[in-house]
Design a protein around this ligand. Sequence first.
Ligand code: NAG
Ligand code: NAG
Ligand code: NAG
Length: 369
Amino acid sequence: MTLKNFLASLLLAAPALAHPGHREEVHAHAALPLERKSLAHCSAEFNEPEFIKRTVEIHGRELARLRRSLGIEVEENRLRRPKLRPRDYISVSRIDHKSNKTVSKGMELSTLFSDSGACMLMPAVDQGPLYVQGEEIRKGITNGEKGIPLTLAIQVVDYKTCQTVPNAYVDIWSSNSTGIYVGVQGYPGMGDPKDASILKGTTLRGVQPTDSHGVASFDSLFPGHYDGRATHIHAIVYLGATKQPNNTITGGRAAHVGQLYFDQGLITAVDKVAPYSSNKMRITQNTADFLFMQGANGDDPIVRYALVGKDLSEGLFAWIRFGINQQANKPVNPAAWWTDKGGVMNPNGPVAQLNGGGGGFGCRVREEI
Ligand SMILES: *[C@@H]1O[C@H](CO)[C@@H](O)[C@H](O)[C@H]1NC(C)=O
Ligand SMILES: *[C@@H]1O[C@H](CO)[C@@H](O)[C@H](O)[C@H]1NC(C)=O
Ligand SMILES: *[C@@H]1O[C@H](CO)[C@@H](O)[C@H](O)[C@H]1NC(C)=O
């Protein structure tokens, strides 16, 4: 079994997608429509001057914060009207998601964020095998690691009512700049399977609440690539969760589970910069990734972005809008938990199951890395 097939089999194993079987059915499944939650019908709401104004203000505040940290002056903004329509994954992969404005002195923020109207939703897909539940509520998730700074602003919107969703918690996680997910032990290709120290890691994992206009934002790093998947960031949107005294969340339900992606050209540019350039793992293109194909089939799961400074070194500001079903309650099965005792593997989680359920690391899998 290759890593890709393994990921595909996990997807098939999900209760909502019960199609037990082998590879052919993965492709058959890929052709089935996922739960469609297009925000195309929301263009009236999203084009409301008040809606645009508030979105621009919030994104603008974030950007202003970044620019101030670079000593760049902040300008005010004006409004423009975006258009919404569904797409197929090839056309999505061909869209240039780079804002044609670089984030520089004297720029107008409105022209930057009017682009976000075209980003409909992040599609619901599998949570993947590397989720750690129980991470802390924190905006900065780099833990001081090296990489290209990525400030990611996610706006959560109800796909039926087109209203923004405040007081949700967005939980994100991704590989680090050299393509490793920390926090989970024993996943093929993700460090020495016998080295439990990886469980201490929380890098590029964290939770943020959405504000009054449905926006949660993180200071992260551009994720690194790894074999078998296109470069992506995972996200779960929790509704009804409670903040605990130790700054973690409990309860509630996962109303949305998804993944967001980046322009292939941007990934190529990032991969030329250290430490990304030291990563020798194979690169999987967006258009060769079956989860991207599903996600981008009708929707646009690629973030819009702008450079914060003159080039990549000063980082990126990226934004996307998720359309969610507030009634949904998705099954979540974490590979591990982050606890007061540090990271603990879930014996019934996807990675423990992969390794035979006993927490040991099977040779069969190791040979397939
Ligand atoms: C930027 O401009 C190019 C060419 O003018 C266009 O093809 C592209 O879609 C634009 N990108 C955005 C994000 O507007
Ligand atoms: C990514 O994480 C791995 C495992 O913790 C670590 O060995 C590697 O140095 C990290 N990459 C960077 C750029 O810090
Ligand atoms: C936070 O508190 C909960 C409830 O006491 C506990 O289960 C969890 O392990 C704690 N998490 C951390 C990171 O301290």
